[in-house]
Design a protein around this ligand. Structure first.
Ligand SMILES: Nc1ncnc2c1ncn2[C@@H]1O[C@H](COP(=O)(O)OP(=O)(O)OP(=O)(O)O)[C@@H](O)[C@H]1O
Length: 277
């Protein structure tokens, strides 16, 4: 049996209002412990691709062609009920603005515990225990204290850790991080990327990392898809895409990033590879 966590083949996303296809033929596979990056300018279809995988396309949008298989199951014909079962337990996600995904009037720990009670059927006590362990596993110091805190008491980086803990609470095989570090300052961003890499390496989680920032992708991804206007213009191993881009648009993206220190990251990346090799 194949251990493919996610398989997309020729996926198109159609907007019934405008009659346009906004994602036009996305194809990739993900196996445990691997990371695929999706890059491209704003509006290129990165988020819609992720939303198709999560079964949360906006109204009037449908997967109009292609196949999406999660753990070997074709999800394109899924009902809302099928999705409720799969979301969280097969695939989790974190987005750019963590505060908007938490209830401001509930303690953060109890929000994770609630997921555990619903998705894993844990008792109140077991859920509390497990939620505290999850807060520790995303490297929040003093998880007992954090459990008791309300969202407004936490920084952006801490909130994103809480969201990651929530997203992995029901042990999904796949985590989608859609611009998850974009709003954070550089140091916190590096810590969160390191945390994601660590979770992946420790648990075999597969990751989809969406970012407009090629430095993020250089750090985390095995394979990169470059999207423009809903189409994949280039796709391949991260080093090949970043060191030897074939498409003019990829070259442009890289040139735009050079001023933000991509060079330094690439150097570090190749040093690490030399080290491994
Ligand atoms: N809810 C929606 N209603 C109408 N159009 C939408 C909606 N969501 C996305 N689109 C359109 O679909 C296209 C792709 O959007 P998508 O959000 O996938 O882009 P993106 O690459 O993730 O961009 P960004 O980096 O800005 O998030 C864009 O033209 C966008 O305007």
């Amino acid at each position: 049996m194949s251990d493919t966590v996610l398989r997309l083949d020729g996926v198109r996303v159609h907007d019934a209002v405008t009659g346009r296809d906004l994602v036009r033929g996305v194809t990739f596979d993900l196996t445990p412990g691997k990371t695929v990056g999706i890059v491209g300018e704003s509006g290129s279809g990165k988020t819609l691709t992720c939303r198709a995988v999560l079964g949360i396309l906006p109204q009037h949008f449908t997967v109009s062609a292609g196949v999406i298989e999660l753990n070997g199951r074709d999800v394109t014909g899924f009902t809302a009920r099928d999705w409720t079962e799969v979301r969280g337990s097969a695939v989790g996600a974190v987005f750019q603005d963590p505060a908007s995904y938490l209830n401001p009037s509930l303690r953060v720990g109890s929000q994770i515990a609630e997921v555990l009670r619903v998705k894993k059927g844990l008792s109140r006590r077991a859920a509390r225990h497990r939620a505290t362990a999850l807060l520790a596993s995303v490297r929040l110091r003093d998880p007992d204290l954090v459990y008791q805190q309300y969202p407004h008491e936490l920084s952006g980086g801490m909130l994103q850790r809480v969201l990651i803990a929530t997203a992995i609470a029901a042990d999904p095989q796949l985590l989608i991080a859609d611009e998850a570090t974009t709003a954070l300052d550089v140091t916190v961003q590096a810590e969160i990327l390191d945390l994601l890499a660590d979770l992946r390496d420790r648990t075999g989680l597969a990751l989809i990392v969406v970012s407009h920032d090629l430095a993020v992708v250089a750090q985390l991804c095995d394979e990169v898809l470059v999207l423009r206007d809903g189409q994949v213009v280039e796709q391949g191993p991260t080093d090949r895409i970043l060191f030897d881009p074939q498409h003019e648009y990829t070259r442009l993206l890289i040139a735009e990033h050079e001023q933000y220190g991509l060079d330094a990251l690439l150097e570090q990346h190749s040093l690490e590879l030399d080290h491994v090799g």
